[in-house]
Design a protein around this ligand. Sequence first.
Ligand code: 5GP
Length: 205
Amino acid sequence: MFLYFYFTVEGVDFVKLLEEKILKDGHVGQGNVLKVDSFLNHQIDVGFIAEIGKEFYNLYKDEKITKILTIEASGIGIACLTAQYFNVPVVFAKKTPTINIYADIYTSKVSSFTHKKEYDIYVSKQFLNENDRVLIIDDFLAKGSALEALIKLIDAAGAKTVGAGIVIEKAYQNGGKIIRDMGIRVESLARISEMTEENGVVFCD
Ligand code: 5GP
């Protein structure tokens, strides 16, 4: 019987396991993009991502979270595996509007780091309201545009952004500083201090 060892080691430093997994299975692609397709962005290692969800739960469990908000597509799996511990719904911002009536949606703009273009995101007014205490979950934090756009949707709904849970922060880019300077709590599990195609990934101490 094969069991992932991170289920069995008590008191293990999960951030170290995540860093090791990034070093082993990730690679730096063109345009300063870290590819972690084998466990996070294309194929999903459900057991491992559930452990990430547990980490976010431990960080935010006292915050009376009522909803988890993310952005399609890569955030959805992580958000769902996190939400099971909070026992709250996941709302994901859509990139293509499926609701035609503008009055029924909150919308904001993201400038995509990976695709080098601007796009709008949408959330139905049905699913965010002024009583919500929202935890944002996403895979990466780079320049902060995705997170800022999600915060704008939460603000538009009159809800409260309690904080963000990020799997990998590229700490050498300024997104983390921008969001923290807004007074928003950002918890990133792995923080990258340098990243090049030649030398790979270096983590913050
Ligand atoms: P930001 O808006 O903070 O500049 O970028 C965050 C978004 O861009 C994330 O939702 C993620 O999808 C994508 N992203 C940014 N940097 C990377 C990266 O190095 N690798 C991958 N796979 N996605 C990234």
